[in-house]
Design a protein around this ligand. Structure first.
Ligand SMILES: [Zn+2]
Length: 991
């Protein structure tokens, strides 16, 4: 991702016809380094948009409008199913094959409330077109086997196979995935608001699927939906990257040959405006032992303007940022300071993925009796804003954020093309101008002009769209300890009634069909079928590792790493402080140190003034404590990272802000401190159900290594309980807390305890050199350091009860160092386990949403995990069986090749400039040299089935003694499991 200052010049003109495509429009967008082509396929009417750039990571995506007609989850089940083979590629799971046998940098499929999109990306042109070719064929001409529908959607089976007296159950991948989603308070909150704010539109339905409704979907409807909406005439092709437009058109012409134009009625109707506000009630599951006091969430939600009216949308987005976007936002501040609830609900803000925009704001951890007060307070605040106007610094801060994020080259877990695609579809899907949201400098200029012409612009819009807008709902979501039990009971009764309605012959038929499905699932694809997928040879993979520029320097005497990388005018800086000398009793406070120092006032500025300064001059400022092993596992590092970014022109002020935060922090505002703690507590709490497997892994890992122990202590349930305790007893512990934080600051924030990491082009690096003294001069010279003994690691065999309908199972083992001869093969093994053995046994046969394995040399852990899993005891057995299988069997050569390709694909994931600078820093901290990386890569590339078996049989038998198990699940499921398990789970309640 270099040299993006330039952009490709237009090669086609509007009106030109090429390969059966008509070029409708060509636009150059130099500020975002793009040339855009809007194109139509003459024969079918398929719409094509190419954003031509110099980025090597090309993206290809097919999108369809897929309006749901009910909550059977049809669009979602179809999204899963089209990837299960076509006539040309008759494999059971082509998606998985592509994922592991190509150098894709991104491959996925997304179901939205009104559209379905299938994107793939690669940095290698041949690989890119292979992926695009298979993907297009799957989507346009899938086989849609009945077995696939049963497997992905729903089917009946007996709780005990072949035992017709056992109870009848429903299984299916989407069915279980959605059962997980319907246990998550955040998704339930969002769903309740969406379906009630758009009651007469398609948004009243759940395109993902309601587990109660999914079983009513028939195979015939399923096939018909595909015929109706998955035609080129209803398709939008989004292309991004450096491949020339003409190459894309030649390719698409071949893909679309043979298709005719058909009439598709997929237009999405607007929700008509409601004239009266409504109140709605809903509930969510909580643990039976939990207190119900102050567990309600209250939201106010408005339907705003049409998404395609972009100027309006942008102003409303700015208003959303003004109202709730940062801790300086007046509405956020008033709500949190009111004490009516603990923090803002996770749905607070604007939602742009619907035909008409939606804005919601509310408080969680409140009582339903406070709902009218919350509503009143919101309106009083809005009235106040409308009459007095917004702080102009706050508006400037938001405009700066739009400029910063528009300029920044971001490639987190998604390619940059995905970000652009999201932006384009926001208007394109509703027949608006697809390019209107891309040229951010122009947009800011336009908004500035409107604002200059009418200084009351933002308050007038606030009046129109919020204060005077009667299309709104007050949504109250209350805790219900019987939620899951009632659901389960209802479900059991329904299944019993269903079973009673079948005669013996029909029951026998169900059993036979379930067995046939199992047989289909466990059979392997034929070698001829497998050979249809374009294959990458090991020799096609580049052998040398990519080297990230790194320069060791001293900045005012402080050791620093500099990375000269193209960042498009942004400086990234990490301040890395050592924390290995922090005594054990202070360790749990480290995440709070980060949260509180970055969130409080400083140097005479209140916390909201600080938030405003950050918004005006920086792209953000964050923190993260971390721990890991050195390359040889001979030692552990423990550090806290503070990371910020700023445009070159703002760097001096940004360094002043950082220095104020670290050196002149003010801990006196107790209310603010409490709010930050409550926010951290609530964020941890709501992360559990969506990432239960990660929490289970942390819980188990704590038994095995110091980095694993720290991970649990700082990010797992141990941290949640710690923060919960502080929040609960805040009045009596607040003094102690402030003292401990002050102690930590004195022990950590000093020059002799610091490494600086900077990523920018040469001009930015120079700017740092010239200005860093502004920060370093204020830091204390030395910190008080004493060596600490590591904490004892407790054994773990935990069953952690949480309110969920599915389980998350982790079995974790101690694993060797980065430079260990086994490391390369363990990386390959983890990939192979995830995409073959665990995939087959947990997902395909077990109905879990996911099963995976990972090897992390930094944490020193090898893990087996399951995600949204209907099973528990069986899953632990699958983990053990997997070990035995790989210790006793050699996988075939083709499997081996795929495992190697996907391991390399993982290591070669493209990174954005900030990510590259950060990775180089992490390697330097762990002492991982480019030589070691090269050696590891060569060992991966030369791995053989025989070596893999040898290493695994040794590793699994050595590691058997050092394993730990943790399961997050419902109490009843844990109790049930303990009746069968030899090694009992030690039961604990999270709340
Ligand atoms: Zn899904």
């Amino acid at each position: 991702m270099s040299d993006q200052l330039k952009f490709p010049r237009p090669t086609l003109q509007a009106g030109e016809v090429l390969h059966g495509f008509k070029v409708l429009r060509v636009e150059t967008l130099p500020a975002v380094r793009l040339t855009a082509y809007e194109i139509e396929h003459e024969k079918t009417g398929a719409k094509v948009l190419h954003l031509h750039s110099l980025d090597r990571e090309n993206l290809y995506a097919i999108g369809f409008r897929t309006p749901p007609a009910d909550s059977t989850g049809l669009p979602h089940i179809l999204e899963h199913s089209v990837l299960a083979g076509s006539k040309k590629y008759p494999l059971k799971d082509v998606f998985k094959e592509l994922m592991r046998s190509t150098l894709q940098t991104f491959i996925n499929a997304f179901t939205y409330p009104d559209k379905t999109i299938y994107p793939v990306a690669s940095q290698i042109k041949g690989d890119f077109f292979n992926l695009a070719r298979v993907y297009t064929d799957l989507v346009l001409q899938p086989r849609l086997l009945k077995e696939t529908f049963f497997q992905e959607g729903h089917h009946l089976e007996f709780a005990v196979p072949d035992d017709l007296s056992s109870s009848l159950t429903i299984s299916g991948i989407v069915y279980n995935e959605m059962k997980g989603a319907y246990s998550s308070p955040d998704s339930l909150m969002y769903k309740a608001i969406q379906e009630n704010l758009y009651p007469d539109s398609i948004y009243a339905f759940d395109a993902g699927g309601d587990p109660d409704v999914i079983p009513t979907l028939t195979y015939e409807h399923f096939c018909k939906f595909h015929r109706t909406y998955y035609s080129p005439s209803n398709a939008r092709f989004f292309l991004y990257g450096d491949i020339p437009t003409t190459d894309h058109l030649a390719f698409l012409a071949e893909m679309l040959a043979g298709f005719k134009r058909v009439k598709v009625n997929s237009s999405i109707k607007s929700q008509k405006r409601l004239t009266k506000p409504r109140i709605i009630h809903s509930s969510y599951p909580v643990d039976k032992n939990e207190s119900l006091n102050r567990k309600t969430s209250v939201n106010l939600a408005w339907m705003l303007s049409e998404n395609a009216d972009f100027e309006n949308s942008l102003i409303l987005e700015i208003i959303s940022g003004l109202l709730v976007g940062s801790s300086a936002s007046p509405l956020r501040k008033v709500l949190i300071d009111s004490g009516l609830g603990e923090d803002l609900t996770p749905v607070s803000g604007i939602e742009g993925d619907l035909k008409q925009l939606m804005f919601a704001v509310g408080l969680r951890n409140t009582d339903s009796t406070d709902a009218p007060n919350i509503e009143k307070l919101i309106f009083a605040t809005l009235e106040n804003i409308v009459s007095t106007g917004y702080d102009s610094d706050l508006i400037e801060g938001i405009l700066h954020q739009i400029e910063f994020h528009g300029k920044e080259i971001v490639r987190g877990s998604y390619p940059y093309g995905i970000t652009l695609m999201g932006n384009v579809f926001q208007t394109w899907l509703y027949d608006g101008d697809p390019l209107i949201g891309l040229d951010f400098p122009l947009l800011i200029e336009k908004i500035r002009k409107l604002w200059a012409a009418d200084p009351q612009l933002f308050q007038k819009m606030t009046k129109q769209w919020f204060l005077d807008n009667r299309h709104r709902i007050l949504a109250i979501m209350e805790p219900d300890p019987d939620f899951n039990e009632n659901k389960e009971k209802e479900h059991q009764e329904k299944m019993a009634r269903l079973k009673a309605s079948f005669n013996d012959g029909e029951l026998e038929k169900i059993n036979v069909r379930a067995k046939e499905l199992k047989k289909f699932q466990s059979s392997d694809d034929s070698p001829e079928a497998a050979a249809t997928i374009p294959q990458l040879k090991i020799s096609d993979i580049p052998c040398p590792v990519e080297i990230i520029p790194i320069q060791n320097v001293l900045l005012e005497g402080v050791p620093a790493l500099e990375h000269n990388i193209f960042t498009n005018g942004i400086v990234y800086i990490d301040l890395v402080f050592d924390i290995s000398h922090i005594p054990e009793e202070l360790q749990p406070y480290l995440p709070l140190l980060g949260k509180i120092t970055t969130g409080m006032g400083a140097a005479g500025f209140s916390y909201d003034e600080m938030a405003k300064r950050i918004a005006l001059k920086m792209g953000g400022f964050g923190y993260d404590p971390g721990a890991g092993f050195s390359a040889d596992a001979g030692s552990c590092w423990q550090k806290i990272f503070f990371s910020g970014a700023a445009l070159y022109r703002n760097l001096p002020e940004a360094l002043d802000i950082i220095s104020d935060i670290l050196c002149a922090g003010d801990l006196s505002n107790e209310n603010r401190m409490y709010d930050l703690i409550a926010e951290r507590k609530n964020n941890l709490q709501s992360a559990i159900v969506p990432s239960g497997h990660i929490f289970a892994k942390m819980a188990a890992g704590a038994a095995l290594t110091l980095p694993g122990y720290r991970d649990e202590q700082w990010n797992g349930r141990t941290q949640l309980r710690f923060v919960q305790d502080i929040a609960l007893n805040f009045p009596s512990v607040k003094r102690e807390l402030a003292e401990k934080l002050a102690q930590l600051k004195a022990m950590i924030f000093s020059r002799d305890n610091l490494i600086i990491n900077v990523t920018a082009e040469i001009d930015g690096l120079k700017l740092i050199g010239n200005n860093i003294a502004r920060l370093l001069d204020k830091l204390r010279a030395t910190a008080n350091k004493q060596k600490q003994a590591p904490p004892p690691l407790p054994p773990v065999q935990a069953g952690i009860a949480v309110p969920t309908q599915v389980s998350y199972v982790a079995r974790v083992m101690r694993a060797p160092a980065y430079i260990d001869p086994a490391a390369a093969l363990l990386l390959v093994a983890a990939k192979e386990l995830s995409s073959s053995y665990l995939y087959k046994h947990l997902r395909v046969q077990g109905g879990a949403y996911g099963g995976m394995s990972s090897y992390d040399p930094s944490l020193g852990l090898f893990s087996f995990l399951s995600y949204r899993d209907p099973h528990l005891v069986e899953t632990l057995q699958v983990f053990r069986d997997a070990e035995i299988f790989f210790s006793q069997n050699e996988i075939d050569a083709d499997e081996m090749r795929k495992a190697i390709v996907s391991t390399i694909g993982m290591l070669d994931k493209p990174q954005d400039p900030a990510g590259r600078g950060h990775i180089a820093l992490m390697r330097s901290i762990a002492g991982i040299t480019d030589g070691m990386r090269q050696k590891l890569r060569e060992e991966i590339l030369s791995a053989t089935p025989q070596k893999l078996k040898e290493i695994l049989s040794k590793y699994f038998s050595d590691a058997a003694g050092s394993s730990a198990v943790a399961v997050y699940s419902a109490q009843e499921k844990l109790d049930e499991a303990n009746k069968q398990l030899e090694e009992k789970l030690v039961l604990e309640h999270l709340f």
